[in-house]
Design a protein around this ligand. Structure first.
Ligand code: SAM
Length: 407
């Protein structure tokens, strides 16, 4: 009975707290849907990697991957990484065990990933992906200043029969705001994009990032999510988006973006020890980030099993999310929750396609300083959300109407 109650609340909120613990299972699609009124995300498009033929390799196609290496063959950095992994193992295994005990949740997972009547959507999406706009390329082209996006001011959307009020605005290097009370449809070169209400975005290169800095720090952000395009050895990831040398991220104006009431900063990291060392020694001090606590995102398949062997050296089924504060007043309410924050360290979900990270605002809201609604910004984002500012060289990527269904 208790599991059913939790399940009902999960279907509403997208968050399932496992066994009274601080381990949570989330459905990013449900969380993202909070931003929309006329539209909702297509689960099969979001989760397409779990049933499309070309995504995750089938067992016989798998490249030989390194299991836990023999300690003698590890260099100093790898030994540190292995030690860290061994320390984390019990926490992650315990979190996973809790998920496996939530039998009712596991039973409904396959139906959350793909709804009945929707199975072809992902294949169609895969084909259409070939025609998707590549904003990264377009933005660096000499024609970028001439690209305009057309926003509909009609809350009923395109094709409603009402006369269209449309506004043309420059797409690149221009802060675009959606101030309507409902979803807005935008058109750019024969594609439609769904923009959530009260969302803002700036599509630009890192060179223009300072355009985001508010004139007054009382207009700064209380929650700053950063998922940098870290340099990475993986060719697959290289093909997906361009990366930058890690030292470039030291110039992100994190302090200047933070609200005068303080900001919670969430930084996504890979598991590479070299990166972890750089972040700890150089990046966090450069950003002035303090009270840093790691969270872990554990990735599972729709049947609840881990997406890969926990001990595969270069392909861990988890990622690290560092939380910390900038400009924060040590007496503020959110600082009192920091101790509890140390306990609540594992977020579990079925990962979306194209390495999409799960949305964090609802999960972390109690740790965000300042007034409500919080002012939130995502740096290097590929999607928009209501009340958020998104910046990167492709923040419209997942707003393509092909990722949405009408409600
Ligand atoms: N958090 C995102 C998500 O869940 O979908 C993924 C972000 S991905 C790790 C990094 C993003 O940074 C990519 O969209 C990439 O194109 C973008 N990027 C790479 N170089 C950039 C640059 N010089 N300026 C702005 N954005 C850049």
């Amino acid at each position: 009975a208790q599991q059913s109650e939790l399940l009902n609340s999960f279907m509403e909120s997208g968050i399932y707290r496992l066994d009274h613990s601080d381990v949570v299972f989330i459905d990013p699609v449900r969380l993202l849907n909070d931003s929309y009124s006329r539209f909702r995300l297509s689960p099969s498009a979001y989760y397409s990697r779990h049933f499309s033929s070309s995504s995750s390799p089938t067992p016989n196609k798998k490249r030989k991957r390194k299991r836990k290496p023999k300690h003698a063959s590890l260099n100093e950095r790898e030994l540190c990484a292995e030690k860290r992994h061994q320390q984390l193992r019990p926490l992650l295994l315990n979190a996973h065990r809790k998920l496996l005990q939530a039998s009712q949740l596991l039973n409904i997972l396959p139906r959350i990933i793909v709804e009945t009547g929707e199975p072809l959507h992902c294949r169609q999406l895969e084909l259409e992906r070939l025609a998707e706009h590549n904003f990264v390329e377009l933005g660096s082209n000499w024609r970028a200043p001439f690209c305009e996006i057309s926003l509909s001011n009609n809350p009923q959307g395109l094709g409603s029969g009402l006369p269209e009020a449309r506004k043309l605005v420059p797409l690149f290097d221009n802060m675009i705001s959606v101030e309507s009370d409902g979803d807005v449809e935008a058109e750019f070169q024969n594609s439609t994009y769904i923009l959530p209400q009260r969302s803002f975005f700036l599509m630009s290169d890192l060179r223009h990032v300072r355009k985001l800095i508010p004139e007054n720090s009382t207009e700064g952000f209380n929650f700053i999510v950063i998922d940098p395009p870290w340099e990475n050895g993986s060719a697959r990831q290289k093909a997906m988006y361009p990366t930058l040398p890690n030292r470039h991220f030291m110039y992100l104006p994190v302090k200047e973006l933070a609200h005068s009431d303080g900001a919670l900063v969430a930084l996504w990291m890979t598991n590479r020890q070299k990166l972890q060392d750089f972040v700890e020694k150089d990046l966090l001090p450069a950003w002035g980030m303090s009270h840093v606590t790691p969270f872990y995102w554990l990735k599972v398949k729709p049947d609840g099993s881990l997406i890969g062997d926990l001990d595969l050296f270069h392909h861990r089924p988890y990622e690290c999310l560092l939380l910390g504060y900038v400009n924060v007043d040590l007496n503020s309410e959110c600082m009192k929750t920091i101790d509890s924050l140390k306990e609540s360290r594992v977020i579990i979900s079925v990962p979306g396609a194209y390495s999409r990270k799960p949305p964090l605002e609802k999960l972390l809201s109690e740790y965000i300083p300042g007034q409500r609604p919080s002012r939130c910004i995502e740096l290097f984002g590929r999607e928009l959300a209501a009340g958020w500012t998104s910046w990167g060289n492709e923040p419209l990527h997942f707003q393509d109407s092909r990722y949405f269904l009408e409600k």
